[in-house]
Design a protein around this ligand. Structure first.
Ligand code: NAD
Length: 265
């Protein structure tokens, strides 16, 4: 079973973007280890119902909230719902996010840039802030808590046409590192995972078209794209006590794709 070697100290985890892709795999795996899970969906209740239904069918505990992670009120409502249903939230996974647009900078509206920033950078800021506020004082007497931010190898490997996404993920790397430093005295660990190409709806065309999938896999040294369940394994480890001494780092999970930067000149 996924993550079956792990123990968890927290009993409630918030997983943003938990209705789809990597977040969904995290939610399913963590619920399978006995954690109560609060997921977000983005105006897609059917997608969330499917995940919640599967968790409940397996005997797990889960709720879903419609939340824009870039909206302060939505983030407050998400955490209030999780705390009311399951008690203090001591684990957080930030997986919600928007992909790059492929738009050149001269053609990119501020509105568009802002939408990606709000999902991919402001969102983790708001959820991390609310997570930390929720663990102040009496609700966290022994200290502790763990956050995993789902970044991307493109936090450090830029692409033309991705000034929106790559800027947001670059900022997320610094958010992760800075919060790790700030929160270490409180025993709250903050780490990131940086996936390469993972087969989720964010890569829908590769899911749909085996030829495209094979073509893109040839660019990956490991010879294939990753699966969301593999990212969930890593996230689960980083959330667990086994990773106690790991904080302030981002772990790549990319089949060595990011190492191809600056080759073949
Ligand atoms: N799939 C990949 O190849 C890949 C690679 C690197 C990084 N990532 C990162 O992994 C994370 C998860 O992506 P995924 O592959 O599971 O894609 P996905 O599209 O399946 O999941 C992302 C989810 O985030 C939601 N979302 C978008 N904007 C939101 C907002 N403002 N508020 C709340 N939810 C919002 C989407 O509706 C979707 O449900 C993202 O942060 C993405 O950048 C993915």
């Amino acid at each position: 079973m996924a993550l079956d070697y792990l123990d968890f100290t927290g009993d409630c985890v918030v997983v943003t973007g938990g209705s789809s892709g990597i977040g969904k795999s995290c939610a399913m795996a963590l619920a399978g280890r006995g954690l109560a899970v609060a997921i977000t969906h983005f105006h897609d209740p059917d997608e969330a119902d499917e995940v919640i239904g599967r968790i409940h069918a397996n005997g797990g505990r889960a709720i879903a909230c419609d939340a824009d992670v870039g909206d302060e009120d939505d983030v407050e409502a998400l955490f209030a719902a999780a705390e009311s249903a399951f008690g203090p939230v001591r684990l957080l996974v930030n997986s919600a996010g928007r992909n790059m647009s492929g738009t050149a900078v001269q053609d990119m509206s501020l509105d568009h840039f802002d939408r990606v920033m709000r999902a991919d950078l402001y969102g983790p800021f708001l959820t991390c802030r609310r997570f930390v506020r929720g663990l102040e004082g009496k609700d966290n007497p022994g200290g502790g808590g763990r956050i995993v931010n789902v970044s991307s190898i493109h936090e450090a490997a830029p692409r033309a046409g991705a000034v929106d996404y790559d800027s947001a993920k670059g900022g997320l790397a610094q958010l992760t590192a800075t919060l790790a430093l700030e929160l270490a005295p409180r025993g709250i660990a903050v780490n990131g995972v940086a996936p390469g190409m993972i087969l989720t709806p964010m890569n829908q065309s590769a899911l749909d078209d085996p030829k495209e999938r094979a073509r893109r896999a040839r660019a990956i040294p490991w010879g294939r794209a990753g699966r969301p369940e593999e990212v969930a394994e890593l996230v689960g480890y980083l959330l667990s006590d086994r990773a106690d001494y790991i904080t302030g780092t981002t772990v790549k999970i990319d089949g060595a794709l990011s190492l191809k930067v600056a080759q073949d000149a």
